[in-house]
Design a protein around this ligand. Sequence first.
Ligand SMILES: Cc1cc2nc3c(=O)[nH]c(=O)nc-3n(C[C@H](O)[C@H](O)[C@H](O)COP(=O)(O)OP(=O)(O)OC[C@H]3O[C@@H](n4cnc5c(N)ncnc54)[C@H](O)[C@@H]3O)c2cc1C
Ligand code: FES
Ligand code: FES
Length: 476
Amino acid sequence: MQSIYFLLGNKIQNVVFNEEIKPTTTLLKYLRSKPDHKGTKEGCGEGDCGACTVVVAELGANDTLIYKAINSCLVFLPWVHGKQIITVEHLGTFDQLHPVQQAMVSHPASQCGFCTPGFVMSAFALFKSGEDINEDTVNESLVGNLCRCTGYKPIREAILSLKGLDRNDQFSQNEKETINLLKQINLRNSTLTFSTGRQHFFLTFNLRETLTLAATNPDAIKICGSTDAALRVTKKHENLGLIIDFSNVPELKIITETETHYHIGAGTSLQLIKSFAKDKYPEIYKVLGLFGSKQIRNRATIGGNICISSPISDLLPILMADEAIVEIQSTENNRQELLEHFVTDYRQNSLTPDELLTSVVLPKKDKSIIKAYKISKRKDVDIATVNAAFRLKVDDGKVQIFRAYFGGMAKIVKKATKLEAFMVGKPWEERTIEAAKEWLMYDFTPISDARASANGRMLLAQNLLTKFWLDSLQEL
Ligand SMILES: Cc1cc2nc3c(=O)[nH]c(=O)nc-3n(C[C@H](O)[C@H](O)[C@H](O)COP(=O)(O)OP(=O)(O)OC[C@H]3O[C@@H](n4cnc5c(N)ncnc54)[C@H](O)[C@@H]3O)c2cc1C
Ligand code: FES
Ligand code: FES
């Protein structure tokens, strides 16, 4: 099969791949190539500005639709197969605006208008999600949208004014029909293959077929949320010749629990993990609150973040401090590894080309104190200059267990082993912390770059140690 089917608004679309519309054509490019779909804008092409925000509605459990805002600039077209894509053009007409659009008009929340469709779609996703509309949920929904002229106050007030409104709009009224159409498209769930002259793209729907393809195509680029991989096309203009997209594999999106551990599927989105962590792992919840934007978290996966193995990954320090284990599968083998050992070098890990990271195993929280910190130039949608996670157990005033993992201080996220050795057995008090700071200099030789100087990084890391000590006093 060379084509995909999806709903654009309420109309079925069939896209046939060829040299012009390649499988790595982004949803944004495709939309803007269509007549009457120029509302979706390109600002940055890398997930930062939100001008390209559209809403995807996917089939959920018990005949429901789940609405999410996504950055269309980071989505390769095959992913939309079997889903409904809603753009600003589908919301209202000049005579009858959708309540979200009407709110923007009533609170003069637009000037030049370039960013407005993106804001409207982020707000529309919140409106359709059924979540309460309040300061927190509005801020969370709008963090991934930039406006250069109106100012955020009227925009936030417009969206807040939706609280209490009847959410039964035309999409709710058409929901049954939409679900039936999507079910028809989704009848077939074995691998779809799209081959054009210079590209082969596999869209898989189960783990077994994904592993077989990984074994027979060792050179293939594997993608899940594609928030990182898409940049290779939009920013580096690479031709990705061979791709396995396993973002539709349900086995990789399950979170299960035993008496002692949680098992999180590698393909679980960070937004879903954020909701899961709210009560169970407050520190992971906090870390994800500062991770990208809601549009990014709706697509980005935990497996993707771990496999990129970035030295400034926001999840690696906290997961390592939690002693997370990764589960890895191939057609030949299943294995487990401590996450700390999985990352081997700059953006390198122990995966072989035929292997897939399938899940992350997290021990349930014990009595130790765990805290994570991120320092970046901007609070939201920014990458870390330095980040860290600490784990502490104190017995009778003395340090029994101490772990410290730092990002941005070396070519990988790394444990401060010398600091740890110094700490164990010492009294947990200010004098120890002051003396311990010196040991960080034996653990790390950071570099200077555009984000910070080497000395600045060291100072930040030392100050984070003090911050952890101060924060720990609230819990001891
Ligand atoms: C605007 C923006 C903001 C961001 N903000 C942050 C941030 O605040 N903090 C942060 O840490 N990162 C951030 N990122 C980086 C990125 O979004 C995350 O690392 C994300 O979790 C990657 O997951 P993904 O599923 O999208 O990866 P993909 O792009 O799908 O995959 C990336 C690579 O990982 C490998 N891979 C993915 N999953 C697996 C698997 N299960 N098994 C084997 N290999 C796999 C493949 O080699 C693939 O090429 C940001 C990115 C953008 C564009
Ligand atoms: S164009 Fe800026 S986020 Fe997509
Ligand atoms: S209205 Fe001009 S950028 Fe937002």
